[in-house]
Design a protein around this ligand. Structure first.
Ligand SMILES: NC(=[NH2+])NCCC[C@H](N)C(=O)O
Length: 684
C-alpha cells in the first residue's frame, strides 16, 4: 500500500518534471528554428549582395553566439529527459500497458530525442501479421518526417531518419531487436523473454486489464417498450449493450447499466381504460392478461372506433400523470406483464440491467422544461414549444412541449441526459440504439451541449448505432407468415437447432443430460450473440441458424469446440490445473518452436484488441481476435505435440511447457468469451 503510494507520487512528480522540461525544450527548439530560418534568409540576401548585409551580419553573429549557448543547455536538458524516462521506464515495466501503447511511448520519445523539432510527433506503430518475417510491429514515422523536412528545405532519406530514431531507442524489456528497412520502416521484434514472463504472469494472476483512465459510464441499452413487441432491434441492443458493459467493467470503469423502458406515454390511457372494462376487479386481484400484444390490439381497435372509450382513454392519461392511485395501479399491472416477459429473455441471455424507464423522468421533465425556459432556449412554433439543437438554428428542432401541452421522446431524453450527468455523475454516456434514431440522438447531444448540460471537455457521449437484422431473403426479418418474430420463439428455435446439431455429432450419447443441456444452451445463445457481435455493428446482417451453427469459419460453434479441445488436452495431460502455481514453479513456458512463438505473440495482442474495441465501441475486433487465436492454436497443435502416445494409445511423454501454452490460450479465450457473452463448456 505505502509502496504503491510512493510509486504513484514519484511517477506523478517525474511526469510533471518531464513536461516542464519538455516545455522548456520546446522553447529552445523554436528559437533554434528561428535561427535556422534567419540564417537561410541571410544566406539568400548575401547571395543577392543586399546592401544591408552588414546589419544582418552583426545580428547573425549575435544569434550564433546565442545559439551555441542554447545548444549547450539543450544537451543538458536532453540528457535529463533521457534519465527521467529511463527511471520512469524501469518503474513502469510492469504496468499493464498494451504492447502498442508501450511501443508508442518508446518511439515517441525516441523521435523527440532524435529530432527535437518533431517533439510533438506521435509514433505510428502498426502490428504486423504474426507470420511475417519482418518483425512483429513496425514504426512508420520516418517516411512522413522525411516529407515534412523536405517542405522545410532539408533533404534527408527516410531510411536515414529511421536509423537516427533507432539510435535513440532506450533499452526496452519488450524489444528483442530492431531493423530498419530500405524504405525507412523500423521493424520491431518482440522479446521472447518478455512474452514468457507476460504469459506466466497471466497464468498466475489471470488476465489483468490494460491501464485506462477510469470513468463512470452509463450504458442505456435494450430499452423495449411496454405492451409492444420486443423486436430483433431490441435484441441487438441487448446483446451489444451487455457486451459493452462487460468490456468496460473489465477495463475497470464504473458502469451503470440502464434499461430506458418505454413505460410512459399516451398509449397507457387506452390500455388502462380497456383494463378497467375487462378486469373490473383489477385493484384487488392481479389481472390475468395472457397476451399483452393482443390486449394492446383490442384496446387500439376500441380507441379508433368508440368515441366514448376514446374520451375515457384521454382522461386516463391525465389521471395517470396526476398519479391517481387507481390509474397508477392499472399501469403497474400492465407494466408487470411486459416486465416478466422481458426478464425471461434477460435471464436466458444472461443479461443484467437496471430498470429506469421513461416514467422515472415525469417530474424531471417539468424541471428540464423550466431549466430550458429560464435559459431562453424555448421558442414557440405553431402551438408547440421547440428548441434548436445549436445556435445556427438549422436542421430539425426538438419538440419539448407538444401543442396539447404533453411532453415527447425529446423531452424525456433531455431530462434523462441531465439526470445522468448531474445526478449519476456519469462522464461517459452510451446509447445503444438502432441507426434509425441517429438524428434524434445527434439533436439531443447538441442541445445538451447548447444548454450547458454537457461539457465537451468533460463528457463523452456515444450513440452506438447498429443496422438491421435481415431474413435469409435479404428483407426485413419476419416469420414465414409475415409477422414480427417473437424473441422467445427465436431463442426456442435456436435451442432446437443446437440440440439437433449435438445429436448429429452423437454428443447425446457421450454427455450426461445436464452436460447436454449446458452445451445446448451455450451453442444456441452463444451463436445468436456471436453472430450479432462478429459483424461490424453498423451494417445489416442476415439471420440464419444454418450459418450460425457452422463449425468452420468465424462462428461461436467453432470457437466453443476449439475451447473444449484445449480443455481436453489439459485434462489428458494429467497436470492438476487447480494448482497452477505449483505447475508454474516446476515448468516454464518455452517458445522455441515457430508455432509456439506465433501462438504466444497472438495471445499477447489481447490488450491492444481490448483497447481498440473500447475506443470505438466495436466488438467485432474481439471476435476476429478470438477466431485468430483459435486458428493459430490449431496450427500450433497440429505441428507441436503436447502429449505423445504410443501406438496402443498410452501416454509416453507430456510436454508440460506446451500444456502451459494451451492453458494460457484457454485463459485468454475465457476472458474474451465472458465479454462476448459466450458460456465456455469444458465438454461438448
Ligand atoms: N434514451 C433512449 N432514448 N433510449 C432508447 C430507447 C429506445 C426506445 N424505447 C425504442 O424502443 O425505440
Amino acid at each position: 500500500m505505502w509502496q504503491n503510494f510512493f510509486a504513484v507520487s514519484i511517477k506523478n512528480s517525474s511526469i510533471g518534471m518531464i513536461s516542464e522540461l519538455k516545455i522548456e525544450l520546446n522553447t529552445l527548439i523554436n528559437l533554434e528554428y528561428d535561427t535556422a530560418k534567419l540564417q537561410a534568409i541571410i544566406k539568400q540576401t548575401t547571395l543577392k549582395q543586399h546592401t544591408d548585409f552588414e546589419d544582418h551580419y552583426d545580428y547573425l553573429t549575435k544569434l550564433q553566439m546565442e545559439n551555441r549557448k542554447l545548444k549547450h543547455r539543450f544537451a543538458v536538458i536532453k540528457k535529463s529527459i533521457t534519465e527521467e524516462q529511463e527511471t520512469n521506464g524501469k518503474m513502469h515495466n510492469d504496468d499493464n500497458l498494451s504492447i502498442t501503447e508501450h511501443l508508442e511511448k518508446v518511439f515517441t520519445s525516441a523521435i523527440a530525442n532524435a529530432y527535437p523539432c518533431f517533439c510533438n510527433v506521435r509514433a505510428i506503430i502498426a502490428a504486423v501479421n504474426v507470420s511475417s518475417p519482418f518483425g512483429d510491429y513496425q514504426c512508420n514515422n520516418a517516411m512522413g518526417l522525411s516529407k515534412k523536412m523536405k517542405i522545410e528545405g532539408i533533404i534527408k532519406a527516410a531510411r536515414d531518419i529511421a536509423v537516427d530514431i533507432q539510435k535513440c531507442i532506450p533499452e526496452s524489456p519488450i524489444i528483442e531487436k530492431l531493423e530498419v528497412s530500405s524504405a525507412g520502416f523500423i521493424n520491431i521484434f518482440l522479446s521472447k523473454k518478455f512474452a514468457v514472463r507476460s504469459l506466466t504472469n497471466m497464468l498466475r494472476d489471470g488476465v489483468r486489464p490494460p491501464r485506462v483512465l477510469k470513468q463512470r459510464v452509463l450504458v442505456d441499452f435494450s430499452s423495449p417498450n411496454i405492451a409492444k413487441q420486443m423486436h430483433v432491434g431490441h435484441l441487438r441492443s441487448t446483446i451489444i449493450g451487455e457486451s459493452i458493459c462487460r468490456l468496460l467493467e473489465f477495463l475497470q470503469h464504473d458502469v451503470i447499466r440502464i434499461n430506458h423502458l418505454g413505460d410512459w406515454g399516451t398509449q397507457f390511457g387506452m390500455l388502462i381504460a380497456h383494463l378497467e372494462d375487462c378486469f373490473p376487479n383489477f385493484i384487488n386481484e392481479s389481472p390475468p392478461i395472457g397476451d399483452l400484444q393482443e390486449f394492446y390490439k383490442e384496446s387500439k381497435k376500441r380507441f379508433d372506433s368508440d368515441d366514448n372509450f376514446k374520451k375515457r382513454a384521454y382522461n386516463r392519461v391525465v389521471t395517470l400523470q396526476k398519479g391517481k392511485t387507481e390509474s397508477i395501479k392499472a399501469w403497474q399491472h400492465i407494466c408487470d406483464v411486459s416486465r416478466k416477459e422481458f426478464q425471461q429473455i434477460y435471464d436466458r441471455l444472461d443479461v443484467t440491467i437496471h430498470e429506469r424507464g421513461e416514467s422515472f423522468y415525469q417530474s424531471r421533465m417539468l424541471k428540464v422544461v423550466e431549466f430550458l425556459r429560464v435559459k431562453g432556449l424555448l421558442e414557440f412554433d405553431d402551438g408547440r414549444e421547440i428548441m434548436w439543437p445549436d445556435d445556427s438554428k438549422s436542421g430539425i428542432p426538438l419538440t419539448i412541449i407538444k401543442s396539447d401541452g404533453g411532453f415527447t421522446y425529446d423531452t424525456s431524453d433531455m431530462a434523462a441526459i441531465r439526470h445522468r450527468v448531474e445526478e449519476d455523475l456519469a462522464t461517459w454516456i452510451i446509447y445503444v440504439v438502432d441507426s434509425g434514431q441517429s438524428t434524434h440522438f445527434n439533436a439531443i447531444f447538441k442541445a445538451a451541449k447548447r444548454c450547458g448540460i454537457l461539457n465537451s471537455n468533460v463528457h463523452r457521449v456515444d450513440h452506438v448505432q447498429f443496422g438491421l437484422v435481415l431474413g435469409e431473403d435479404g428483407k426485413k426479418f419476419k416469420t414465414r407468415s409475415g409477422d414480427t418474430v417473437k424473441l422467445a420463439d427465436l431463442l426456442d428455435e435456436g435451442m432446437k437447432y443446437s440440440l439437433k446439431q449435438l445429436q448429429e455429432r452423437g454428443r447425446d450419447q457421450i454427455l450426461t443430460p445436464e452436460e447436454l443441456v449446458e452445451a445446448q444452451e451455450a451453442v444456441a445463445y452463444g451463436c445468436i450473440k456471436y453472430t450479432d457481435l462478429s459483424h461490424n455493428r453498423i451494417s445489416d446482417y442476415i439471420f440464419s441458424f444454418d450459418k450460425m451453427l457452422d463449425d468452420r469459419g468465424n462462428t461461436a460453434v467453432y470457437l466453443l469446440y476449439t475451447y473444449t479441445r484445449i480443455c481436453s488436452i489439459a485434462r489428458n495431460s494429467g497436470d492438476d490445473f487447480s494448482n497452477l502455481g505449483a505447475i508454474l514453479d516446476t515448468y516454464n513456458i518455452k517458445l522455441d518452436h515457430k508455432k509456439e512463438w506465433k501462438l504466444a505473440k497472438t495471445l499477447l495482442k489481447l490488450h491492444d484488441v481490448l483497447i481498440q474495441c473500447a475506443r470505438g465501441l466495436f466488438l467485432h475486433y474481439l471476435c476476429e481476435f478470438c477466431y485468430e487465436v483459435c486458428v493459430v492454436f490449431t496450427e500450433f497443435y497440429d505441428d507441436c505435440y503436447c502429449i505423445e502416445k504410443n501406438k496402443s494409445g498410452q501416454i509416453i511423454s507430456v510436454n508440460h511447457s506446451r500444456i502451459l501454452l494451451c492453458e494460457a490460450t484457454a485463459v485468454v479465450l475465457r476472458k474474451c468469451f465472458h465479454i462476448l457473452g459466450l458460456k465456455p463448456v469444458s465438454k461438448m
